[in-house]
Design a protein around this ligand. Structure first.
Ligand code: PGA
Ligand code: MG
Length: 226
């Protein structure tokens, strides 16, 4: 049986929750520029776009620690050094939004779902302070009924807390909702919340194929959602 029939009896979900980086927006060029500025302030060589792509997905705090460690594993990074580097990264990233692009099919998908009366939420691990400007830069400031960043609640994805928060606010049962994301954190959060999950194949997921995380559906473009 196909995914839509199995989960939604061929109808649309009442609520669709989207991840941002790697799902709606290719933000790695801007994130890498800010990471490289933070490293340059420390006299260190740039990490570059291809490395930073592997490190995105767990919020700014973890991204900066990975950049300082030069690897996905960042347990050895000193706390004080990491906090100072985080402040420099955030300052740099606030000025770096010009290279980010919406992925093909995103705008049409969001518009179609809204026209059909589906409520939409954005649930990202990116710090919430960046979201108003970033959404406005892509004409998406009116697209979402709820917008949660990685620091909007005490816990972020892969914890299900932000998804459960939106489900409750919307008064929608988990099984009537859908989550769309690009990384392992998204799939784990959706599973823990009991929400069916679609993964996009083009996102970041730390360089690993997202199919290995067994999403309920894998798509190559959000155009396949409508
Ligand atoms: O900022 C990040 O690390 C990733 O954010 P995302 O949750 O929108 O993918
Ligand atoms: Mg993502």
């Amino acid at each position: 049986m196909d995914f839509w029939q199995q989960h939604f009896a061929g109808r649309l979900p009442a609520l669709v929750m989207f991840d941002l980086d790697g799902t709606l927006i290719d933000s790695v060029p801007d994130l890498a520029a800010a990471v490289d500025q933070m490293l340059a302030l420390r006299g260190r060589p740039p990490a570059g776009v291809e490395q930073v792509r592997l490190w995105v997905g767990n919020g700014a705090r973890v991204l900066v620690r990975r950049a300082l460690a030069g690897s996905l594993q960042h347990s050895g990074v000193a706390e004080a050094e990491a906090e100072a580097a985080l402040a420099d990264f955030l300052q740099a990233y606030a000025l770096e939004h010009s290279r980010s692009r919406l992925y093909p099919g995103v705008r049409a998908c969001l518009e179609h779902l809204r026209q059909q009366g589906v409520r939409l939420a954005l649930i990202t691990n990116k710090p919430v302070r960046f979201l108003p400007d970033l959404l406005a830069a892509h004409g998406l400031q009116q697209s979402f009924d709820w917008v949660l960043g990685g620091d909007s609640l005490p816990l972020q994805k892969p914890d299900p807390a932000p998804l459960l928060h939106v489900l409750q606010a919307a008064g929608v049962a988990a099984a009537q909702a859908l989550f769309v994301g690009d990384s392992r954190s998204d799939i784990l959060a959706a599973r823990a919340a009991g929400v069916p999950v679609v993964a996009v194949s083009y996102g970041y997921n730390h360089g690993q194929p997202i199919a290995a995380e067994n999403p309920d559906l894998l798509v190559d473009s959000l155009a396949q959602l409508i």
